[in-house]
Design a protein around this ligand. Structure first.
Ligand code: SAM
Length: 274
């Protein structure tokens, strides 16, 4: 796997309504009205973090991400400097750097890129104030045609060794994985999964909207390696053809089922506390 995929905020923003829905569904289960400090780990180019700032207008909001390109786009979006944007790899990020215990930690569509992410949850839960919340969401679609066809195309490519290694992402858990893990850390946990049925490109302007979707996310590690136009085309052309077959256009647009896994954990308050 590459150390960090290169992120393109413009490409990622293309399906922003579909991409922000899981965060809304996730934080709907975080039942706190007035948190003092909210942290968004893997904040990306900012719209999700700005949504948190709108939801909790009085809270201090911190967004952490490894990608300078994403953070630059986030800072531009946040013209009034509402959010503190911090560049850090989540494997190195120290919650003590916040200077106070967070009330809510959110991480959405990010941990699938972070090797050993389960181990990080211990420190994050420990850092929470009593009764604090950790809310996470990861894609659970690695067996979907979009990803399976990508791996198969990589295996047939002349640079198969590098490509298959780059696509060897850390496994994400099932809802029960996160539920058990976070319960063992002393949290009350609500874990679930949802398969969204996204309707992509209803206007029929994009020949291959699923390719456009993955170009901004799962395909990044491949694009980082195949910088030569011919080499890139020898991957993208056959992959695009197979995607178009797997996700045909319907009268309403291209249907793109997308499974996601959610867990919301509440850290127990100490005995005797209200
Ligand atoms: C798919 S985007 C998600 C952005 C946002 N949370 C959302 O829901 O739209 C994934 C983000 O995770 C960041 N990321 C990936 N690996 C990371 C790591 N090890 N440390 C910090 N950020 C990381 C990427 O830079 C990218 O901005």
């Amino acid at each position: 796997m590459t150390e960090h995929a290169t992120w393109d905020p413009t490409a990622y923003a293309r399906f922003s309504a579909e991409r922000s829905r899981p965060l809304a569904d996730l934080v709907a289960q975080v039942r706190t009205d007035d948190p003092a400090l909210v942290v968004d780990l893997g904040c990306g180019h900012g719209p999700a973090t700005m949504m948190l700032a709108e939801l909790w207008p009085k809270a201090r909001i911190v967004g952490v991400d490894a990608s300078e390109a994403m953070l630059e786009a986030a800072r531009e979006r946040d013209g009034h400097g509402r959010v503190e944007w911090v560049q850090s790899d989540l494997r190195e990020w120290d919650p003590a750097s916040l200077g106070q215990a967070p009330d809510v930690i959110v991480t959405s569509s990010t941990l699938q890129w972070v090797p050993g992410h389960l181990d990080l949850l211990d420190a994050w839960v420990t850092s929470l104030g009593d009764g604090g919340w950790l809310a996470l969401q990861v894609p659970g679609n690695f067996d979907a045609p979009s990803h399976r066809l990508m791996r198969e195309t990589a295996e047939r490519h002349e640079r198969a060794g590098e490509l298959t290694a780059a696509l060897d992402l850390p496994a994400v858990g099932e809802p029960a994985t996160y539920l058990r893990y976070l319960a063992r850390l002393g949290c009350e946990v609500d874990a679930w999964e949802t398969t969204y049925l996204h309707v992509l490109d209803p206007a029929g302007e994009d020949e291959n909207p699923v390719l456009s979707w993955v170009t901004a996310t799962a395909l990044r590690p491949v694009l980082d390696i195949l910088t030569d136009p011919e080499e890139r085309a020898s991957f993208v052309t056959p992959y695009a053809e197979q995607l178009a077959e797997a996700y045909p256009r319907t009268p309403v647009g291209v249907l793109f089922p997308f499974r996601r896994v959610f867990a919301v954990a509440r850290k127990a308050a100490p005995r005797g506390a209200a």
